[in-house]
Design a protein around this ligand. Structure first.
Ligand SMILES: [Zn+2]
Length: 121
């Protein structure tokens, strides 16, 4: 069992930013274990784990599809906004790297809510 310490969230955020903004981040220097740690830290400080995921990992680690910034592309033929390549990974929304919306809701430990089931119906 590993020892734990308390750290101010603000300090952890600074440390997180330091790593994510460093030259090593996205240089291929980080391995899967490093990225897992960063993603967990992002969850703790309330950041999006994808921000802590270098681009070479974004194509492999499952994540919710995110609409790119900017105006949606409206199809000239149907008038319907077309689904564009994902902001994070550049893949199609239907790609298997994307989690279904419902599945992604339960992946963040911070979102976990105690079950209040009282099964008497
Ligand atoms: Zn994606």
């Amino acid at each position: 069992m590993s020892e734990t310490v308390e750290i101010e969230v603000e300090k952890l955020k600074m440390l997180f930013d330091l790593v994510v903004q460093s030259m090593d981040f996205g240089s291929g220097f980080l391995d899967h274990e490093d990225v897992t740690l960063l993603r967990e830290t992002a969850g703790i400080i309330g950041a999006d784990p994808m921000e802590a995921t270098p681009s070479e990992f974004r194509k492999r680690i499952q994540h919710p599809y995110r609409e790119p910034n900017g105006n949606p592309y409206i199809s000239a033929t149907t008038g319907v906004p077309a689904l564009r390549p994902c902001y994070w990974c550049g893949k199609k929304p239907s790609d298997s790297v994307h989690l279904a919306e419902s599945a992604s809701a339960g992946t963040d430990p911070a979102d976990h809510q105690p079950s209040t089931e009282q099964g008497t119906t």
